[in-house]
Design a protein around this ligand. Sequence first.
Ligand SMILES: O=C(O)CCC(=O)C(=O)O
Length: 264
Amino acid sequence: MLNDFIHLPASTVEEFNRKGHACIRRLATPKEVSYFRPAIEETAQEGRYDHRPLEERDTYGRAFVQVHNLWQRNATCKSFVFSKRFAQVAASLLGVDRVRLYHDQFLLKEPNGGYTPWHQDQTYWPLKSGNTVTMWMPLVEIPAEVGSMYFASGSHKVGDIDAGVISDESHQKITQWVSENSFPEETYGPMQPGDATFHAGWTLHRAGPNTSLETRPVMTVIFVADGTEILEPTPLQEFDLKIWLGGQLPGDQVDSPMNPLLYP
Ligand SMILES: O=C(O)CCC(=O)C(=O)O
């Protein structure tokens, strides 16, 4: 399942290059998602480490419950994350022949869960720029009142704007930056299970709070182009260098067993 390919219109690749994000509706069918959802949610529940109630968490903690690398915890989750269909889209968007896994993560925004502050993912990643793309796929219908992520179109080309870690401070700083630099903010509104957005490593993005009574389970897969160089980490990237790159070091090309080749 999920190992056949879709036809990706050239306009989607062009849009991703220009804006730093794109949306692909029905990348997986609701039926396919319903096959994987129980294993993903059970595995995430087992792997959850932060059990504090919402009101005891900081802004980052209220945005979502986060569980990483489900592919290493459960075989069904592994076949979702290792989907050739997803990886082929990632390779096409990055314009490369081969992509690897950086890591996956499950993101559960609970009812009353807070907003996801503006941030740049690559703040945390010691990887050469322009080589990563994140797939963000809801496992349930996302109603208009919850909505999908918001992106500052074109911001991926600017690179690091030094907004720091995900926090109220990064949110304030980027809100001001987006308005001063007149970057258009775009979102894709409601989504069906299996619709997916893709965003580049430096694309500025955020999400609204969960004002509904339902949880918002999302699975993300972060792809990195094969051959990508590992960079000397900034202080904010030291954790990722230790955790997600299988002991590799700055100057190496990403190819550890923690970062398996997913396509072809
Ligand atoms: O799901 C969210 O609210 C934010 C997710 C996100 O920032 C990401 O996947 O890069």
